[in-house]
Design a protein around this ligand. Sequence first.
Ligand SMILES: Cc1ncc(COP(=O)(O)O)c(C=O)c1O
Length: 377
Amino acid sequence: MKHPEFPLADDLIYLNHAAVAPWPKRTGLAVIEFAEQNMHYGSRFYLDWLNKEAELHTQLQALLNAPSADDIALVKNTSEALSFVAYGLDWQAGDNIVSSNEEFPSNRLPWESLATRGVEFRQADLNSSDSPEDALFALVDRRTRLLTISSIQFASGLRMDLEKIGSFCKQHDILFCIDAIQSLGAVQFDVQAYQADFVMADGHKWMFGPEGLGVFYATPAAREKLKLTQYGWHMMKDIHNYENKPWEVHPAARRFECGSPNTLGIHAFSASLSLLLETGMDVVESLVVENSSYLRDEIDKNEQLILLSGRQDRLKSGIVVFKHRLISSDALFKHLQKNGVICAVRGGGIRFSPHFYNTREEIAKAFEVLAAFNGVN
Ligand SMILES: Cc1ncc(COP(=O)(O)O)c(C=O)c1O
């Protein structure tokens, strides 16, 4: 039975939420309604749009368990927010940043680019210690200013113990930055329990949002440490006083939103989040984990398949990566794609990333499609 919010084409099995998710029905309808309004009324209802923008801040506050909606800024994407941090902090030559060697380029390039200022980017091999967290801690020294990590690794599904890392960072006076794009919308998240200074994520993966609109969380103390790198009218404290000279920067995180908001994206993203928040992130997480556990079991049962993502009994995510003993992942991917199983090639294998609404029947069907591979594409 299809979930009523996901009227996907009958010939598709969508297992690619770690890349780009489909929109829920309510999101599609919100976009249509917003388009109709724009066609017939232009910006006549702009005040309603501002209310929707405020609602989205509050929804994101709930999803992150942020102390205040003032700690939330809307950004273009994860990369933009990571760049705000990388280019906002006052680095000294000889400082270092600790991370892993499994990061998506968004959480590597901004830090590597600081080499020109004499800042070192250290990448831990997460398998080199008793735990992935210990592997990170082993690279820390007294010049470590920031630790930055993906909450869940995109190519392996490894889920980090964020509470453990957060408390280590606090003890050692290190800023803690989390690329949360593979967690938010899939599993529960709590910036306060993790003692995070900065968290960022784009909306188009597990949160079911459109591409190009994301969230940037910074604590009041952490955002004061960031020199601003973009400027415009929307970041002023007295926002609608256009004659405002001299002007003051907005005390809230909206100082990172320099110009006109992405009102279309905001309407879509807010509709998507309403589905997750109505369902409850505890329910969503347990269904996501059930689906990925089922996937792992099916891979284990199949002698032709090798599970590449770890078993991770302690912390489970929605990402499972595997390969075939005989067939190349590229060939298998083409076959799956051609037969309507939407997935990705990552981490040296096929990545399946089902969400909460995917059914066991669909996942079982994906394995039937896989088994039907006959080498002809
Ligand atoms: C861990 C991680 N970070 C960031 C991104 C994407 O970054 P952005 O939102 O800047 O496009 C991805 C996309 O696959 C990702 O997996």
